[in-house]
Design a protein around this ligand. Sequence first.
Ligand code: NAD
Ligand code: MG
Length: 395
Amino acid sequence: MADTGRRRISILGSTGSIGVNTLDVVGQLGGRDAYDVVAITGNTNIALLAEQARSCGARIAVTAEESLYPALKDALSGSGVEAAAGQEALIEAASRDADWVMAAIVGTAGLAPTLAAAKRGADIALANKECLVSAGELFVRAVAEGGGRLIPVDSEHSAIFQSLEDDQHHAVERIVLTASGGPFRTWTRDQMANVTADIARAHPNWSMGLKISIGSASMFNKALEMIEAKHLFDMRPDQIEVIVHPQSIIHSMVGYTDGSVLAQLGCPDMRTAIGYALTYPNRPRLNVERLDFAKLARLDFEAPDEVRFPALRLARTALERGGVQGAVMNAAEEMTFHAFCAGRIGFLAMADVVEQVMDAMADHTAAVAMDDVFAADAEARRRADHVIAQKEMAA
Ligand code: NAD
Ligand code: MG
């Protein structure tokens, strides 16, 4: 059989920034000769989804958007690739028999399909930090119970994963997440007050999807990453530090009890973290730019400013409160992201809204089952919607 030995993989969110990079890495590592692509999924970009499915030989391509089924079916005609659409189809495709699943859908929309893949026992390469921020321990447990491994793809968490020594968890003192500081690193709050989404999305070092780019500008991305790190590496809140490092060369670090700090470095290119997650525990040979230290000359660091970037302070609050507070922060943040992009609220209002929702729901902490997470998520969205509408009227 031609299929013997090919690794079965699926890519949830194949049409996004991480998804496209994942297919690039798969192509570099042997493409169809080495990988049997079970499922790929997208949302509204049907032309790209169909083109990807044809070229990687996916068995099924799914659009989350039910109404786009005819367009997808049409675009795939004659290819032999199955077409499907809608939420249920997405979850069904995610739970097909892949050994490795890239979770790269953006936002909370990624939670249900990623959980489905985890429960079936696939190794989960996790780019979608939102599902870990929101469902925390419950998500980690679902992956463990399924029997697959949880391998971080977020560059900081991949760096920490790579810098953690086997069996030395007890000797880890702290983890240090690096942050580029985003496009407004040196801006005052007054300067940030009137920026549009187009200005905020221009990241200095990384080319990424819209949500994470806006999150880098507000540092909400780093805030979500602090919570992601807690759950991935089982850290106490006081063990999680953030340092601004504008060049994005050190992707993050682990500090040990002997004073040693181990770090992972590289050019800012997500394909390194994706390749590591795909071939773990081995390292692939990748055609990515190599670091030239002489050209680089220097690496800079500065303390993060929690007054200009309140997101970091809010993440600490969520970490200390625990339970579903991650779900509350995540849901409120997602709502403010959409409201900011739609021009309904200003850049600085995003943190105000999230803080108001978190404070109103401060006593919501129990996270016993997934339903607690879904309930907290829904209530946080309702409350955020209300606060956003109030701000809009006041403006
Ligand atoms: P993106 O916006 O470029 O792509 C998102 C993908 O999700 C697309 O395939 C899109 O079709 C799909 N999608 C969007 N809405 C959907 C919905 N409602 N239902 C189903 N699918 C939907 O985003 P991205 O930058 O690739 O980021 C993906 C995830 O990876 C995010 O969670 C992000 O935080 C994380 N991440 C991204 C980067 C990066 O460099 N881009 C780095 C680290 C982590
Ligand atoms: Mg990151």
